[in-house]
Structures are given as structure tokens and as C-alpha cells.
Design a protein around this ligand. Structure first.
Ligand SMILES: [Zn+2]
Length: 332
């Protein structure tokens, strides 16, 4: 079955094109309406295609800003090949500033490979995978910690069965040159990196900051990383920013990489992101201001590692993620 989404962009035409992906959406206030997903294409002759997508989660803003800046500023003469700029991948979520879609509750990055006959979010996932990813030789899916987490700038990359593809993924991760990289052995089948893997697209996911805001430092890492990746693969003319520092490559080993709240209350963290911690070290306390005579619950890190992200809102419920941590990766 074909996607119901149609494109105002002629993907084969050179130059700058800006328009909407139209997702038919018949609702009370608009019987024959469509959801307008903005897309900009900058194309200059033959060459590789890169897809730069942000707003997969609508409350993650660094990527949306970086992609929007490129959409208004990048000129065809600066490009060889094709750049696809999708700043609001899950448009309804991005417009609402929410992680998930207010239309169907869909989390786009848990919806791949999607379904052309499914809900709005499933239709978007299916289009991104089978049309945009399929066209793209390279892709970066730009995330951050959103409303509930804050990340040190980190590039996430997963294993590929194909050796050449894996080498290209590593090349992309190194070109992006974030301070941290996180190596996944297997990625879940429902995230965008799995969509890229199925389509043979060389891709990384990046986590740049968070807290439901935009910080200049995280945005600068984002901007430079995108430019370096485009230059590395011959898509961007001119020399890329050369301020890249060392990337510390970490990996996840199991459930203990995540520290979760086991009580409801008010979380007082004891460590900052980027910090190296020991197994058993105090991670913080969950206080109970409703019953302030009760002692706080002390929480401990379940393993030694480096803290990549932490929870932002102070109130926590049982099952909320407080920290994610990685261990140094000897495999890469
Ligand atoms: Zn995200």
C-alpha cells in the first residue's frame, strides 16, 4: 500500500525547494484538510543524499533550530548532491512542543516501520522510512533529552551486519565529533536507526542537550557536527569547522545502565552529567515532602560508569528514569 502523504517537493529538481508533505487529515474543523509537514530540499547536481531530521520528539529543540537554520540559510551552490531538511518530523508533536503527538498519542521514534493505513504517527513513520530514508544515503536524526532529561552531547550508533556499512557509520560518528558517543549492540526495530538500517542508510542518532530548551553550547555542537558530517561525505563544499575535540566512546551493557526511581517523591540528585561514578555511590535522595517526618529514600548507582543524562523535573514517580550511564567501549 502506498503512503497517503504527497509531496509538494520535486525530489529530482535542482535548486532550493520548500513546501509541505501533505498528510490528509479529515477532522471536525477541516473536512478536506491536510497536516502540513514542512520540508526543504537543497539540490545541486549528482551526488549523495543526506536526510537531516529533527522534531522526531516534538519537545527536543536543538535539532529543530539547527535544521531550521540550514533550511533558511543553505544555498544550492554550497551543496553537491541533495540535502533533505525535515525540522518537524512528527509535526503535530513538534507544533505542540510535546514528545508525543496530541492527535494519536504516538511516539514517532517507537513507531517504525510504521503503517500507511495506520494512525497519523504510523503514517509519518512509514513515509520517513519508505520514502525519505530510502532516498537518503546518509541521515542524522537529531534528538535531545526533551522535557524530562538532559544529555551531554552524545552520538548514538548501532551495529550493522554489513562491514562496509559499519565502517561508514563509524566514520559518521567520528566526523560528528561530539564529546560522547554511545554504541548500541542491537537497536530496537521500532526506532529511526532501525529504519535507516533496513534501508541501508548510513545514519546516527544524536542526543544534544535537553531540558525542554535550547542551550548555545549544545546548539553549537549540533551545528558543527552536521557541517562536519556533510563535509566528510562530500555534500557540503568548503572546509568544515575544525574545532572537533576527542569523542569518548561508551556502550550500554544492560538494564543497570539506567537508574530508575522506585519511590514517588521529590528527587535530589547527587551527581552531574559527564561525571564518572562508582558502583554503590549515592545517586541522590527521593524526599517525601507530603510526609516530611519520613526519612528520604537514598538511591545508589547500580554500576560504575559515566553519566550521560539525568532527569530534569524534580517530582518523580516509580519507574521514572533518573540517570543513564555508559561504560567505556573497548570494541570500537
Ligand atoms: Zn528524542
Amino acid at each position: 500500500m502506498r503512503s497517503p502523504i504527497t509531496s509538494e517537493i520535486d525530489f529530482e529538481a535542482d535548486g532550493r525547494q520548500a513546501g509541505y508533505l501533505r498528510l490528509p487529515h479529515s477532522v471536525h474543523r477541516s473536512a478536506y484538510g491536510w497536516i502540513p509537514m514542512p520540508l526543504v530540499q537543497i539540490k545541486n547536481g549528482d551526488g549523495p543524499t543526506i536526510l537531516l531530521m529533527a522534531g522526531n520528539h516534538g519537545d527536543e529543540y536543538e535539532g529543530q533550530v539547527a535544521v531550521t537554520r540550514l533550511a533558511s540559510g543553505l544555498e544550492p551552490a554550497q551543496v553537491r548532491g541533495r540535502v533533505l531538511l525535515l525540522p518537524m518530523a512528527n509535526y503535530p508533536a513538534a507544533r505542540a512542543g510535546h514528545r508525543t503527538s496530541p492527535i494519536d498519542g504516538g511516539n514517532l521514534n517507537r513507531s517504525f516501520p510504521g503503517d500507511p493505513a495506520g494512525s497519523v504517527t504510523q503514517i509519518i513513520a512509514h513515509y520517513i522510512e519508505t520514502v525519505l530514508m530510502k532516498m537518503a544515503d546518509y541521515a542524522i536524526d537529531l534528538h535531545s533529552g526533551g522535557s524530562s532529561l538532559h544529555y551531554v552531547p552524545t552520538v548514538l550508533f548501532g551495529d550493522r551486519d554489513d562491514k562496509t556499512e559499519m565502517e561508514e557509520v563509524l566514520r559518521m560518528m567520528r566526523a560528528y565529533a561530539a564529546p560522547y558517543a554511545l554504541h548500541f549492540r542491537r537497536s530496537s526495530e521500532i526506532v529511526s536507526s532501525a529504519a535507516a538500517r533496513r534501508q541501508g542508510t548510513i545514519a546516527v542518532t544524536v542526543e544534544m542537550g535537553g531540558s525542554g530548551t535550547v542551550t548555545p553550547s549544545a546548539l553549537e555542537v549540533t551545528r558543527q557536527g552536521i557541517e562536519r558530517v556533510m563535509a566528510e561525505f562530500g555534500i557540503l563544499e568548503g572546509s568544515p569547522p575544525d574545532t572537533a575535540g576527542e569523542t569518548r566512546i561508551l556502550r550500554l551493557t544492560g538494564q543497570d545502565n539506567y537508574l530508575y526511581a522506585r519511590h514517588e517523591g521529590l528527587f535530589e540528585p547527587a551527581a552531574e552529567i559527564g561525571e564518572d561514578v562508582e558502583k554503590g555511590q549515592t545517586a541522590g535522595w527521593i524526599h517525601h515532602p507530603e510526609t516530611p517526618w519520613d526519612e528520604a529514600d537514598e538511591v545508589f548507582f547500580p554500576m560504575a560508569g559515566t553519566l550521560l543524562c539525568k532527569r530534569i523535573p524534580g517530582r518523580v514517580e516509580r519507574g521514572d528514569c533518573l540517570y543513564q550511564m555508559g561504560q567505556d567501549d573497548a570494541m570500537v
